[in-house]
Design a protein around this ligand. Structure first.
Ligand code: FES
Length: 117
């Protein structure tokens, strides 16, 4: 849902660009710059991770970046707070199960050297 009119607020500025992203391999669409969690919610996805001990589903809780309810794996990086992380074209988003695992290959790729492991 996108508000077009409001009695007080002005929505005359341009709507953000529509971009494609992937949730667990499935192609989805959302507006660039809006939070990932909100974009998933708009696509019908309301479970973002499963709890560590009891494997219970978790979705939006605070929606302001102060808890861990919306932790997801984004482009291979775990523990991303998707309620405050802006959506970008081509992002690959996965539900997180338990504690996130860090892919050491990603760290090496960013550092540009194998010496950092
Ligand atoms: S819902 Fe609390 S940090 Fe995202």
């Amino acid at each position: 849902m996108w508000l077009e009119e409001h009695p007080i607020l002005d929505f005359s500025s341009k709507r953000p660009k529509l971009v494609k992203f992937y949730f667990e391999g499935k192609e989805m669409w959302g507006y660039e710059g809006l939070p990932i969690a909100a974009s998933l919610h708009a696509n019908g996805i309301k479970v973002y991770r499963y709890s560590t001990r009891l494997n219970r589903p978790r979705g939006f809780f605070c929606a302001i970046g102060k808890c861990s309810s919306c932790f997801m794996v984004v482009d291979g990086v775990p523990n991303v707070r998707t309620c405050i992380t802006p959506l970008r074209e081509g992002m690959r988003i996965e539900r997180q199960r338990g504690l996130g695992k860090i892919d050491l290959n990603l760290i090496q790729g960013e550092a540009g050297s194998d010496d950092n492991v």
